[in-house]
Write a protein that binds this ligand. Structure first.
Ligand code: C2E
Ligand code: CA
Ligand code: CA
Ligand code: CA
Length: 279
């Protein structure tokens, strides 16, 4: 039939076939990558307004031989829908703690906070708190240097349960950051219920600074809110000097973005900022 013919044609569309092949390769890569530990942690520096390095964010990359270095945009979604984000996230967390333990022995790196992205699916695991504490204990990493980045998707969860887990980890000095702030669903009352240390202004607002008046107003509102709630603020995606100047002039204390430093492999970060790379 004609309809069938059309379906057949669509099915064999070479572009779609290639996309499907890539998808299959990526899911296979994900499982294999977790099993064979074929992931790399990259790391992006965070600075205060005086230009001092104060911390870094861990960003995951997949190193598949056939595909080269693949960014999280291509596999985090798949990891989320397949549930593989739970073992993958556990691996990233453990590896992040290993990095922190190593940094503790380097005077130049020992004071840095290392932030890692945590999926709401990880947080939802009944043993999440125990897993984080086990990773810290196993590696000897300092809990007060570990920062967990959550997104506003946590507000779609049982907020009391989330807050309970956060408080349990807070009691061990682990801190929390609310990532991509302003893009999702959060109300002032919810914000107050979570023991957060930090808000991260999403890049979508920073991008249009300083020309766009709406973006400027939103950034100001976030900075005001953070002051009220006594939270640190990091602006992410700072790409231009003009964006930086606006943020600094408006009281944003911490900056992250290509202008200041791109994500690089952990080893490169350690070479650039650690004692080994200095005279
Ligand atoms: P995110 O947490 O918002 O991370 C910031 C993203 O912005 C990173 O993209 C980073 O490379 C990029 N970025 C930083 N500065 C700039 C800039 O100045 N300009 C532009 N255009 N981009 C900038 P990346 O590494 O591709 O990560 C994308 C997202 O994947 C992350 O967004 C995060 O949501 C997720 N992700 C990355 N690693 C992990 C992980 O280990 N676990 C989980 N659950 N998610 C992760
Ligand atoms: Ca993040
Ligand atoms: Ca972010
Ligand atoms: Ca983002």
């Amino acid at each position: 039939a004609k309809a069938e013919g059309r379906n057949t044609v669509r099915f064999f569309d070479p572009g779609m076939q290639a996309a499907a092949d890539r998808q299959i390769a990526l899911e296979h890569d994900l499982r294999e990558g977790i099993r064979r530990q074929r992931f790399e942690l990259h790391c992006q520096p965070q600075f205060d307004v005086a230009g001092r390095l104060v911390g870094a964010e861990v960003l995951l990359r997949s190193n598949h031989t056939g595909l080269g270095l693949v960014g999280p945009a291509e596999f985090i979604g798949l990891a989320e829908t397949s549930g593989l984000i739970v073992p993958l996230g556990a691996m990233v967390l453990l590896e992040t703690c290993r990095v922190l333990a190593r940094w503790a022995r380097d005077p130049r790196l020992a004071c840095l906070t290392l932030a890692v992205n945590v999926s709401v699916q990880q947080l939802r695991q009944p043993d999440f708190v125990e897993r984080v504490l086990a990773a810290l204990l196993e590696t000897g990493a300092a809990p007060d240097k570990l920062r967990l980045e959550l997104t506003e998707s946590v507000f779609a969860e049982d907020v009391e349960a989330v807050a309970g887990k956060m408080h349990a980890l807070r009691a061990h000095a682990v801190s929390f950051s609310l990532d991509d702030f302003g893009t999702g669903y959060s109300s002032l009352s919810y914000l107050k219920r979570l023991p957060l240390a930090e808000l991260k202004i999403d890049r979508s607002f920073v991008k249009d600074l300083p020309e766009d008046a709406n973006a400027g107003a939103i950034v100001d509102a976030i900075l005001g809110l953070a002051r009220t709630l006594n939270l640190q603020v990091v602006a992410e995606g700072v790409e231009t000097q003009a964006q930086r100047d606006f943020l600094v002039a408006h009281g944003c204390a911490l900056l992250q973005g290509y202008l200041l430093g791109r994500p690089v492999p952990i080893e490169a970060f350690e070479r650039d900022w650690g004692s080994a790379g200095q005279e």
